[in-house]
Write a protein that binds this ligand. Structure first.
Ligand SMILES: [Zn+2]
Length: 348
């Protein structure tokens, strides 16, 4: 069942294979690419900055049920499965993000441009809500890391950019009234879980620090370039973050089976390289990516590899992977309208 479920345990090995094949690992790059293998799991206190204690202890207890039954579907909305190791693995997944925050912060104190972090983790996290799991996600890895960056490193202002094809509803909920965490999500209009309408801009003192940009089906490279230049960059420049965290989902790729956008490997390269520039310009280069979705193993692994090339300031190899024949015309007029509307709502 695990292999047949789209959020399968083949995803990370497929990425690692591609990184090896394309010579993007420490073996080929020496100190240019650092791999952190040994890291601590997140503590329950780290996770409890985002999730309720009731949920955390309930999940821990459910593990003994999974031990008896092998595989259980855990409560909540959307198909999320658990095995007896899910609790421990989810803490480890959140711990990887925290470790990368530590490492990026430490490097930023030493040099002008610290390496970017990429947490190649599963399960993903951005749908997990404060009260429970949801949509393949157990703990909000990026939300836990955001709170950790604030509490442990005094990085008060955190910007979260979520370009997964689905709305990062869990992250959105966690920080909806928080003025110090800017959550910006692009996602396909009407896709799972149906949240993330444009007029939801945060509440209370957090009004204005949530930005949702739903993209019409068929949106691709052109749309995302406009969204970056006209919405993402100006939002970040105005917010002035101390660190940028990225929910990097690769399921907006044209080949992904779960959605209907038309990003290409080149789109993900553009995003990685532009976000890196923003981080350099605004927060001493402090930036960590978190793997979220991406369910076509081919497009997932080539797009993550191209993300790594952008991190290394190397040219994209997207032309090797992207076949323009697979694309159809983007709904440019509707994109422009959506961008105009969101800019108006947020006075950009
Ligand atoms: Zn997704």
């Amino acid at each position: 069942i695990k292999e047949a479920h789209p959020e399968s345990n083949k995803r990370v090995p497929a990425i690692v294979d591609a990184l090896e094949k394309l010579e993007l690992t420490p073996k080929h790059r020496g100190s240019q690419v650092l791999e952190i293998q040994n890291f601590y799991p997140a503590s329950l206190d780290d996770v409890a900055r985002v999730h309720s204690r009731t949920y955390i202890t309930g999940l821990e207890k459910a593990m003994s049920k999974a031990l008896d039954e092998g595989l259980i579907f855990i409560e909540g909305t959307g198909p999320t499965y658990a095995t007896q190791t899910t609790f421990a693995e989810s803490l480890l997944s959140a711990g990887a993000g925290i470790t990368l925050v530590d490492s990026v912060v430490a490097a930023s104190k030493l040099g002008l441009s610290p390496p970017l972090g990429f947490a190649l983790i599963r399960p993903p996290g951005h749908h997990a809500v404060p009260e429970g799991p949801m949509g393949f996600c157990v703990f909000g890895n990026i939300a836990v890391a955001a709170r950790y960056a604030q509490c442990q490193h005094g990085l008060k202002r955190v910007m979260i950019i979520d370009f997964d094809v689905h709305h990062g509803n869990g992250t959105c909920d966690a920080f909806y009234d928080d003025p110090d965490i800017f959550f910006l999500s692009t996602h396909q209009l009407g896709s799972y879980p149906g949240t993330g309408k444009m007029n939801l801009i945060g509440q209370g003192s957090g009004e204005g620090t949530t930005l949702n940009l739903p993209l019409p089906g068929g949106s691709g490279d052109y749309s995302m370039r406009c969204a970056f230049d006209e919405v993402i960059a100006p939002s970040a420049q105005r917010f002035k973050p101390d660190i940028i965290l990225v929910s990097a989902g690769y399921d907006a790729h044209a080949l992904d089976p779960l959605a209907g956008l038309q990003f290409t490997t080149g789109t993900f390269y553009m995003l990685a390289s532009s976000i890196k520039q923003l981080a350099r310009e605004l927060c001493s280069g402090r930036c960590v990516f978190f793997l979220e979705g991406g369910y076509n193993l081919q497009s997932l692994s080539s797009s993550v590899a191209d993300t790594f090339r952008a991190f290394l300031d190397e040219p994209s190899l997207a032309a090797q992977f992207d076949d323009p024949a697979m694309l159809y015309e983007e709904p440019t007029r509707r994109i422009k309208e959506a961008i105009e509307k969101v800019r108006h709502l947020h006075s950009l």
